[in-house]
Write a protein that binds this ligand. Structure first.
Ligand code: FES
Length: 126
């Protein structure tokens, strides 16, 4: 089983999810097995204004652990991340970062604020 621990900058309680990457998708938004897919499929909210189609940055997360266990970012994701507020060396778009390893141990931080590139301005991520 893979695990993902979710830490919220907003102060919401942490969540720990155990899942089998082979059972993806867990719901219908984002790439199957992506951080967004896993979170939404296990009742954890993550903004996803474009529906998980790599067209906004509202699903931006900081990967604190397991960055190398995620799928590589495509050019479109890299371009969008350049516009994400608070960009770090381990930033990813939750809808595009796929957890492929069945024993992956991922820790992500959900930033307090995200900017919706579709034009809705600054939104609270929680
Ligand atoms: S939900 Fe829009 S880029 Fe991930």
């Amino acid at each position: 089983m893979a695990t993902i621990r979710v830490i919220f900058e907003s102060g919401e309680p942490e969540r720990l999810i155990q899942f089998d990457p082979l059972k993806a998708p867990f719901q219908h938004d984002g790439l199957p097995g992506s951080i967004l897919d896993v979170l939404l499929g296990h009742g954890v909210r993550l903004e996803h204004a474009c529906g998980g189609n790599c067209a906004c940055t509202t699903c931006h997360v900081f990967v604190k652990r397991g960055f190398e266990e995620l799928s590589e970012a495509a050019e479109q994701e890299e371009d969008l991340l350049d516009k994400a507020p608070g960009l770090t060396m381990t930033s990813r778009l939750g809808c595009q970062a796929v957890i492929e390893d069945q024993s992956a141990e991922i820790v992500v931080v959900v930033p307090r604020f995200t900017v919706n590139q579709l034009g809705e301005g600054v939104r609270l991520a929680s």
